[in-house]
Write a protein that binds this ligand. Sequence first.
Ligand code: FES
Ligand code: FES
Length: 163
Amino acid sequence: MKRTITLTVNGTERQLTVEDHWLLSDVLREQLKLYGVREGCGTAVCGSCTVLVNGAPIASCLTLAARLDGARIETIEGLSQGPRLHPVQEAFLEERAFQCGYCTPGYILAVKALLEELPDADEEETKHYLAGNYCRCAGYQDILRAVGSARLKLAQQRAATTS
Ligand code: FES
Ligand code: FES
C-alpha cells in the first residue's frame, strides 16, 4: 500500500510517497539522491548504510520508511555547515581514518551519535557502540584515534560556548 509520510531530512521537511515495503536506504538514495547512504550487506551487519533517526544510529537497509512518519533523519550530507566540516568529519580526515571511504559515512554518523550520547565513553564502550560498523580496509586503531580526536574537539567546542 502506498502512503505519504513526512520526514525531516538534514533539517528540511520532506513529504514522500512510499510503499509499505520500501526500505529507508532506498528511499534516501533513490528519491532524495543522498548517495552517502551506502549499500553494503543489506542485512544490518556492516553498518555502511547507517543514518541517524531521531539522533540514534540505525541500519537503514532493514528499516521500513513507512514506519518513520514524523522522524528526524540525518545523513552524512547534512553534517557540515557550508564549507565547515563537523568535528567528527575533521577528525577522520586528520587521522586518515579511512582508505576507500565506503564505510566512512556510516562510521562518522555512528561516532557523532556515540559522542552525543556518551561523551566520555572509554575504549571498551566505544568499541561496543561501534560494533555494528565494519571497515574492510582502514585500521581500526586509526578509527579509534579519530574518535579520541573528535571527542577532544567537541569538548573544546562545548567549553568555548559555555565560557
Ligand atoms: S548495508 Fe545496512 S548494515 Fe550493511
Ligand atoms: S575505508 Fe574502506 S571499508 Fe572502511
